[in-house]
Design a binder for this molecule. Structure first.
Ligand SMILES: CC(=O)N[C@H](C=O)[C@@H](O)[C@H](O)[C@H](O)COP(=O)(O)O
Length: 234
């Protein structure tokens, strides 16, 4: 799907993130089962799916035919960045026709101390038509990614990096601030657990909202209920 068409279908909508890492209950070694989560999300009306790994991109595309925001989580020594951290993962996602490629665009330490600006430039040189979603954790990182020419900025990493913990800004505030400053879609993503938060994010300026664990991670969902029974309501 072309960029404008993608933007048209996701605008004002909820994108469901369907992810299960090897240490999670819904990860099955032999075969991806996340396409079943994606099937449910499609029936509910989501216009796009965010997912991790080549096998889930392929399985979910085949099942739903929906556009995919794809990423590959990969850990490297001496690097704090794990969402599509190198060209190797970008190549793999391009190979399976991922519609939007999500990558960490924070200022966290990257492999061989490379800079995010250089990495974005290299990706755009290699794949001029690529649509990139920058997963950021702070306002400054969002503005920087925008200036580097990414197509969308998401608050995915807010609260997960040292610099964002220090910045102490909620996703709602971040969305509001960024959407006033940059002229590309700002996607609200990360710990959106209740439907009313979706409305708040859109009212704050979010172009679209990604909801993951609250829909597709049963362990996380069950734990919230169990914790509530113990008086630990979050
Ligand atoms: C921080 C990180 O690695 N986030 C990942 C990015 O793709 C996913 O594990 C999250 O599920 C996704 O961002 C959606 O967020 P939430 O599951 O909170 O709705």
């Amino acid at each position: 799907m072309k960029k404008q068409e993608l933007f048209d279908v996701i605008k004002g909508n909820v994108i469901v993130s369907c992810q299960a890492l090897p240490d999670e209950p819904l990860y099955v070694e032999e075969k991806s089962i996340m396409y079943l989560m994606a099937r449910a999300a499609k029936q509910a009306g989501t216009p796009a799916i965010r997912t991790n790994s080549v096998r889930d991109v392929v399985a979910i595309k085949e099942e739903t035919g929906l556009p995919i925001i794809g990423l590959i989580k990969a850990n490297y020594d001496n690097s704090d960045v794990y969402i599509t951290p190198t060209m190797k993962e970008v190549d793999q996602l391009v190979e399976v026709n991922t519609d939007i490629i999500a990558l960490d665009c924070t200022f966290s330490k990257r492999l061989n101390d490379t800079s995010i600006n250089t990495f974005i430039r290299e990706i755009k040189e290699k794949y001029p038509d690529i649509v990139l979603m920058a997963d950021i954790s702070t306002y400054e990182e969002g503005v920087n990614a925008y200036k580097c020419g990414v197509d969308l900025v998401g608050t995915t990493m807010n609260g997960y990096t040292e610099q964002s913990i220090d910045a102490n800004i909620t996703n709602l505030e971040l969305v509001s601030k960024l959407s006033k400053e940059i002229s590309i879609p700002v996607i609200a993503e990360g710990r959106i657990h209740y439907p009313n938060q979706v409305r708040e994010m859109l009212d704050a300026g979010a172009f679209a909202v990604v909801v993951g664990g609250a829909i597709t991670r049963p362990l996380e969902i069950a734990k919230r209920f169990i914790d509530a029974a113990k008086g630990e309501l979050k």
